[in-house]
Design a protein around this ligand. Structure first.
Ligand code: ADP
Ligand code: MG
Length: 383
């Protein structure tokens, strides 16, 4: 894989790359819409990765190419990079260069060729994979010595400020910090993290990812509204972030929000979701892996009914898979389309997968893509 990417680089730029790097997409096991509330998340890396073949330059030129979009090499000057000046895919890698330079690192240019197997817009974090692979490559080539969490922060800043998307810190941290065979228990307030062993195969289970292949057009506006609602909730309750409402203080907090049903529901989701992440960690640590099924189901119900970011396709994955014997299921990622995860006994994987496909056909929805997810390594140099 790295060979092909290096070869394509040479065709495009007429020289050998200095190296090839990889950064994965992710699925989030539990902890949805908590990362912009300073809360807990628990993603793991997918085997799907963005690859970058990169060579350093000293003349201030940044050249970008992606194997996955039409069009040729895009040439920019690092001095000209400016937030929200670019509405194309190139904003993601260029934003990383901008964020590194903003942070005081002298990046004098690069030739970059990207190729990714992370499906774009499927809620599996193709954007963070692209950012992190570029950040790691430049960190290596320019000898910056940045820590993984620092790279994640810079990538988030690239996406927030340069691209103009108000995303939390989960996706970038997952891509940069995940380890093979583990889920990442991450505190998004201080980025402290613990690797939780997560080997379903050893216990006779599997985790399926169902990409609904839909992305509802209102998703960005709705995401912004949820964020604003959460901030309003925190302000009404007099805390920095909803993370500061303890689970055993939830009832009292909800009483104070009785006049604002909309905000009350958002707060209830975030506070119960943080509790679900902690419960999931305890269950996995105790080896009670099958017991995480109901936690997934409760998480989905909360996202559907309280946070209201699900959609008919995601609900159908959950309902049809549970009816066919799945141990648990929920939407993953921001919602309004994208993907769901389904926990099954290994022996039931085919039956459940077929049941979901049939339910989609009956409903007249686009056929979903189903694949198994096994926790893969985080970002790394591969050549
Ligand atoms: P997600 O991160 O859930 O996949 P986003 O909307 O955050 O969805 O990011 C998707 C965008 O990232 C695409 O529209 C495109 O601009 C960019 N992108 C992702 N993968 C690639 C790729 N392989 N080549 C070029 N751009 C990509
Ligand atoms: Mg993204």
């Amino acid at each position: 894989m790295s060979e092909a990417v290096a070869e394509r680089f040479s065709q495009l730029y007429g020289t050998e790359p200095d190296g090839v790097w990889a950064a994965p997409g992710r699925v989030n096991l539990i902890g949805e819409h908590t990362d912009y509330n300073d809360g807990f998340v628990m993603p793991f890396a997918l085997p799907h990765t963005a690859l970058a073949a990169v060579a350093r330059r000293t003349d201030g030129v940044l050249r970008l190419h992606s194997a996955d979009v039409g069009g040729g090499v895009v040439e920019l000057r690092v001095d000209d990079l400016a937030p929200e000046s670019d509405r194309n895919w190139t904003a993601y890698p260029a934003g990383v260069v901008w964020a590194l330079r903003e942070a005081g690192h002298e990046i004098t240019g690069a030739d970059i060729h990207l190729s990714s197997t992370v499906p774009a817009g499927a809620g599996l974090s193709s954007s963070a994979a692209l950012e992190v692979v570029v950040a790691l490559a430049l960190d290596d080539l320019y000898g910056l010595g940045l820590k993984r969490w620092q790279l994640a922060r810079l990538c988030q800043r690239a996406e927030n400020v340069y691209v103009g998307a108000p995303v939390g810190i989960m996706d970038q941290t997952a891509s940069a910090c995940c380890e093979e065979g583990h889920a990442l228990f991450l505190d998004t307030r201080d980025l402290s993290q613990q690797q939780i062993p997560f080997d379903l195969a050893a216990e006779g289970m599997r985790l399926l990812v169902v990409d609904t292949q839909v992305k509802h057009s209102h998703s960005e506006g709705e995401y912004g509204k949820r964020r604003a609602g959460c901030e309003k909730g925190a302000a009404l309750l007099g805390v920095d972030a909803l993370r500061d409402i303890p689970y055993d203080g939830l009832d009292a907090a909800l009483e104070r929000l009785a006049d604002d049903e909309e905000v009350l529901r958002l707060v209830r989701h975030v506070v119960t979701e943080d509790e679900r992440v902690e419960r999931m960690v305890s269950l996995l640590r105790a080896g009670e892996t099958r017991a995480i099924g109901p936690v997934l189901v409760a998480g989905h119900a909360s996202l559907r009914d309280d946070f209201r970011v699900s959609c008919p396709e995601l609900d159908l994955v959950v309902d049809s898979s549970l009816a066919a014997g799945a141990l648990g299921a929920r939407m993953t990622g921001g919602g309004f389309g994208g993907s769901a995860i389904v926990l099954v006994e290994a022996a039931d994987a085919d039956t459940v997968s077929k049941a979901v496909q049939e339910a989609f056909a009956t409903a007249g929805f686009t056929a979903p893509r189903v694949f198994e997810a096994v926790p893969a390594p985080g970002a790394r140099r591969i050549r």
